[in-house]
Design a protein around this ligand. Structure first.
Ligand code: LMR
Length: 327
């Protein structure tokens, strides 16, 4: 009968439709701003390899390095709109989304990367992964780059050497306060513009990790680097909650496992690069590397540490205390 035929047809259509849906490939666009020869660049490529090996045909990963797809200031908005699924901006770039992650920018808070790791993996660090939930975003893990150094066109031994000098910073109010504390002039600029700003002497200096100073060739346009280790530059690997929970549960689990493995791999690269890239810069003889005596370093600590107090309310004293305890 007609009804029976129609039912049959509907069932056939539904089957075809659901088959088509389950066969549809999930695409993960991973956008970042550094070169491939960096901890984040390598992590992204490892993630792609692992996912495509294990979820062949079901999930495809497209990696866009060097701000090719989005710069730092756009990527999180693009993620909220569904135009990109994965990114790992520096923890200094979340101020529109949460004030809590500012803890990572406090100068001279962490003694070394081991302390950073302990804090991130501890109770407070894990809670901070959820600090951007209200904005539709989800932290999936932390990735290391390393401790920051200062580079400039002039020598920097004491904080007074920075007076009146323009320093590029990431879009963080803590980092602005850190440079104001030594009477320098902080200038917020995207990573993609830093090389040209330094080369044309539109700014005097910047702060970054050995890996970024090397891979983006800042050392070729900066005569002086002071090994200050004054702060940390790490990343929050982030996705949109809409996208993440739209993936079928089993696939999501496999993607997360691949991501965790890729992060572990990236962290190994980070610890190697903090040595190797420093060495390469030293050997290039393009920039002079200044190591600080403990007395000299103490002057920087005294000048910059008062910044903590100003951000204590926004960050939470308990979070800062947990970070101190990780040392
Ligand atoms: C910077 O803007 O200096 C860094 O956040 C770049 C990066 O992603 O390592």
């Amino acid at each position: 009968s007609l009804t029976k035929n129609m039912l049959g047809l509907t069932t056939a259509l539904l089957c075809a439709f659901s088959l088509n849906v389950s066969a549809e490939q999930i695409e993960i666009k991973f956008s970042h701003v550094v070169t491939e020869n960096t901890p984040k660049g390598q992590m992204a490529l490892k993630f792609k390899t692992l996912v495509e090996e294990r979820l062949d045909g079901q999930v495809v990963v497209k990696v866009f390095p060097n701000s090719q797809l989005f710069g730092d200031n756009k990527v999180l908005e693009a993620m909220q709109l569904g135009d990109v699924q994965l990114a790992a901006p520096s923890l200094s770039k979340f101020k529109k989304y949460t004030k809590k992650l500012q803890v990572f920018d406090l100068p001279f808070l962490f003694n070394d990367m081991a302390a950073v790791e302990r804090f991130q993996q501890g109770e407070h660090g894990q809670k901070l992964l959820n600090s951007i939930k209200r904005k539709g975003l989800q932290g999936l893990g932390y990735l290391h780059n390393g401790m920051k150094q200062l580079s400039s066109s002039s020598e920097m031994t004491t904080p007074a050497d920075l007076q009146g000098k323009k320093f590029r910073i990431m879009s963080s109010d803590v980092l602005a306060a850190q440079f104001h504390a030594v009477d320098a002039v902080p200038v917020k600029k995207p990573f993609s513009e830093v090389f040209t700003l330094l080369q044309t002497k539109a700014i005097d200096g910047q702060e970054n990790t050995w890996s970024n100073i090397y891979s983006k060739k800042f050392f070729e346009v900066q005569e002086h680097i002071t090994e200050s280790n004054h702060g940390v530059l790490d990343y929050l690997v982030v996705t949109s909650r809409d996208f993440w929970y739209s993936m079928p549960k089993d696939i999501r689990k496999d993607v997360k496992t691949a991501l965790d493995e890729a992060i572990a791999y990236g962290n190994e690269i980070a610890s190697q690069k903090s040595e190797v890239d420093k060495q390469r810069i030293a050997e290039s003889k393009r920039a002079t590397i200044k190591e600080l005596s403990s007395e000299e370093r103490q002057q920087w600590v005294e000048a910059m540490k008062p910044v903590w107090k100003r951000f204590e309310k926004q960050i939470g004293k308990n979070v800062i205390d947990a970070a101190i305890a990780a040392n």
